[in-house]
Design a protein around this ligand. Structure first.
Ligand code: HEC
Length: 142
């Protein structure tokens, strides 16, 4: 008899947990919208994301041109780039925020850095996750 009561209680408990879980999923699926790309990562990126970004940087061989004294193609130094003022060939200046870095990787011919040639290939094949990690890595280069 006691055993039966125990099972009934356990059943009730499981039902409760089930409901709680269900409500939780509903709220998180309706949850806060993604922050705009603009400042999704922030000035102090998660070290884990930075590490992943370094792997993407190496895998994509960004260092063939960047920060490589042996490179045939002259490419800007990426250290300290984040939030700096970048002069462009069209005479304008932009702040190198996350949005700028994203565009610089995906559509490099949109803004050409003054003093450099339009020689960087577009990296449109990167996933959102890889891009975020890569941007976090660039932010960490101080
Ligand atoms: C073939 C050489 C080459 C490769 C490979 C390359 N880049 Fe570039 N990159 C350049 C050149 C040249 C420029 C300057 C011209 C321009 O603005 O497009 C540049 C510009 C940039 C800028 C803007 C720099 C500034 O001072 O504003 C960023 C950011 C950047 N590259 C990141 C990357 C990343 C990340 C990768 C790898 C996914 C990469 N690049 C791969 C040649 C390269």
């Amino acid at each position: 008899m006691h055993r039966l009561r125990y099972f009934v209680m356990l059943g009730g408990l499981l039902l409760l947990i089930g409901c709680a879980e269900r409500t939780e999923t509903t709220t998180s699926s309706e949850g806060a919208p993604l922050k705009p790309a603009q400042n999704r990562i922030g000035p102090n990126p998660d070290p884990e994301l930075v590490k992943q970004g370094e792997l993407v940087y190496n895998k994509q061989a960004c260092g063939t041109c960047h920060m490589n004294p042996k490179s045939v193609i002259k490419a800007p130094d990426l250290k300290g780039l984040y939030m700096s003022q970048v002069a462009l060939t069209d005479g304008t200046t932009l702040t190198a925020d996350e949005d700028y870095l994203r565009t610089a990787i995906v559509e490099p011919n949109k803004h050409i850095v003054k003093g450099y040639q339009n020689m960087m290939p577009p990296y449109k094949q990167l996933s959102e996750k890889e891009l975020d990690a890569l941007i976090a890595y660039l932010i960490s280069l101080k």
